[in-house]
Write a protein of this length. Structure first.
Length: 363
């Protein structure tokens, strides 16, 4: 890392690739000879039209997105979609199935209950995705099945796409592991992901949605701006979109392609996660509370031994330029978020510090 840059393990907003930040800085005052920065230019200009079209094209290339899926650039974060999904998809059935495995899927289910009936397929179990044998039956009349692919707070991730009844669209909140691994887009009806984890600044949510789902009639009272059909018909420009955020996202998409595509990114993420988990498991000091089959590659949670001084650990880590390691306030402990932009050198530095701290305190 250059100069005073730190290794930022925040769960979000998270670090971005340095090369992306440098390019954005170089183009801040004068983008591509236009004499203005991207955040100053009209979203209707030819220069910006090229930016948003390239961003979509690069994302489609990364994930080989089928032609019968639209890419939408929504404003706001994932929490907006807790309402946006039921408002757009519940339709006349007004019922949906929710696979609840942690804080964010639980919040999404609670919001969906404002608009219709929610069938809770399962509820959170500490340290794992609930065993499928414990799941309740899916409702054959459900408008959709919803799940959160990676629960950032608990550090629990699906490593396989849940199997749902044929004909019922699967909706995935992939806010914290989007662009971290390969995906077969055809298995999903909708994927959405906010930007402040793996691909840009907060305030943008990318949605990949199958064309037929755009034809569902939104629930009465759904704001026009939140209608997926409206955004699709207007190329995500029904209103002024989050122009600068989309520009940064586009730079990250290009960075992924330059890295060798999603396969290369997934391999690096697996290597980083293994490095940290292997040390935790072998340390006899630190503990990860999640079973190996469900461990998140993006958000590694861990605890110290009895009597461990969490605040001192965080303060000493900061001296080593290792920041934002505190666990979520609802669960405590520690959380190292190692999204795409976290270099392996950052994980190596964290492991070295953890070893040094454990040795110094003679746990």
């Amino acid at each position: 890392m250059e100069g005073d840059r730190v290794f930022n393990f925040s769960a979000g907003p998270a670090m971005l690739p340095e090369c992306v930040l440098k390019q954005a800085a170089a183009e801040m005052l004068n983008y591509n000879g236009t004499g203005m920065g991207v955040m100053e230019m009209s979203h209707r200009s030819a220069a910006y039209d090229a930016i948003i079209k390239k961003a979509e094209a690069d994302l489609r290339k990364i994930y080989s997105i089928p032609e019968n899926y639209k890419v939408l650039f929504h404003e706001g974060g994932a929490t907006h979609q807790f309402s946006g999904i039921p408002l757009n998809l519940m339709g006349e059935k007004k019922t949906a199935d929710y696979i609840v495995t942690g804080t964010w899927s639980k919040k999404a289910a609670a919001e969906a209950k404002r608009y219709g009936t929610v069938n809770m397929i399962c509820e959170p179990v500490k340290g794992r995705v609930p065993e499928k044998a414990s799941w309740k039956p899916f409702n054959p009349e459900a408008a959709y099945v919803y799940y959160c692919d990676n629960e950032t707070i608990e550090g629990v991730e699906f490593h396989d796409v849940p199997e749902v009844p044929a004909g019922i669209p699967l909706v995935a909140d992939m806010s914290s592991d989007f662009l971290s691994k390969k995906l077969d887009i055809s298995k999903f009806g909708v994927i959405y992901a906010c930007a402040q984890k793996n691909y840009g600044p907060a305030g943008l949510t990318v949605m990949i949605i199958r064309d037929d789902l755009l034809e569902r009639t939104p629930l009465e009272g759904c704001p026009t701006i939140m209608m997926n059909k409206t955004q699709a018909a207007n190329g995500s420009m029904y209103n002024t979109p989050a122009t600068y955020n989309i520009y940064i996202a586009g730079l990250v998409f290009q960075w992924i392609l330059d890295m060798g595509g999603i396969e290369a990114v997934e391999a690096l993420n697996a290597k980083k996660a293994a490095l940290l988990y292997d040390y935790i498991d072998a340390s006899k000091y630190y503990v990860n509370p999640v079973i190996p089959e469900n461990r998140s590659r993006m958000n590694v949670t861990f605890l110290g031994p009895s009597g461990f001084d969490d605040k001192d650990f965080i303060a000493e880590a900061k001296k080593k330029k290792l920041v934002s390691l505190a666990g979520h306030r609802s669960v405590g402990g520690f959380r190292a978020s190692i999204y795409d932009a976290m270099p392996i050198a950052g994980v190596e530095a964290l492991v070295a510090f953890m070893k040094e701290y454990a040795a110094a305190h003679k746990f």
